[in-house]
Design a protein around this ligand. Sequence first.
Ligand code: HEM
Ligand code: NFK
Length: 284
Amino acid sequence: MSKSIADLHKKLEAEKNIHTDFKDNMTYGEYLSLDSILSSQNRLSGHHDEMLFIVIHQVSELWMKLTLHEMTAAIKAINEGQMQSAFKMLARVTKIQSQIIQAWDVLSTMTPAEYLEFRDDLGKASGFQSYQYRLIEFALGYKTAHILKIYEKDPAVHEMLEKAYHAPSIYDVAIQALSRAGFAINPDLLTRDYSQTYAGDPTVAAAWEEVYRNVDKYWELYQLAEKLVDVEDWLQQWRFRHMKTVERIIGFKVGTGGSSGVNYLKQVLDHRFFPELWDLRTKL
Ligand code: HEM
Ligand SMILES: N[C@@H](CC(=O)c1ccccc1NC=O)C(=O)O
């Protein structure tokens, strides 16, 4: 072995030891970055219940982070025909969704009077500005542009939102999977402008109906459809619990984000992500 290669080996070995040493000595808190996580509950008011309010939001954002991680990977897997791994990820997403919904029970222990003690301190801040929530909506195909404007001055987030805004949603890749399986899908859908919210198409409705009538023949597509229905069902339940919790805590007051409040949240509930999968229930 020439000297230089032996030196290189020695150097690599030394680096490996530094890494192993760090790993051996690493603590629980270091690994989980608990210093930063547990010093991020910055109450603006002295009010006791503001801690609950902050923690519920932070926990929700963490679950949203994992949801996005799983959904992005599921979209890729469906694109690559790796249906079984997509199903695993989507099953995990629905478990997260059911977990996140439980948070409303905890938040509902806060009374209107308690919330009003610190509501003014929140200024114009609102869940409306949650970019992770919008990324989830984008991944599911609901593309609303207003959030892009909010983040114009934050290039990193703006770029992420912009990219997701123009990317195919999980339903777009499911429709592409239908096409690959031989269904006569409207060709315009396969090259459509993905920044537009999907509005439904009779060729997709016919394809899903065929899948549901011939489950044995199209077992994977059937499974995919039912997983998508699960995700939409849970998301709607989250939206409903949010709307009802808001009504319970602030009634019909206008929102800090500038919307009408509960009436706006009721309106959002009307949006359906995968319309054909719901319509076919009536047809079958
Ligand atoms: C006391 C508790 C809460 C109240 C009173 C409340 C109120 C509201 C209101 C009125 C809106 C409409 C936008 C606006 O004008 O502000 C809104 C939107 C939103 N909130 Fe909350 N919220 C609460 C808790 C939460 C929690 C725990 C989350 C979890 C992250 C959350 C996430 C969101 C999201 C993502 C939106 C946007 C919904 C959409 O545009 O479809 N909210 N909230
Ligand atoms: N939109 C709420 C304020 C609110 O809930 C909020 C404020 C700051 C950060 C997150 C929030 N949560 C959800 O909208 C309100 O109108 O009271």
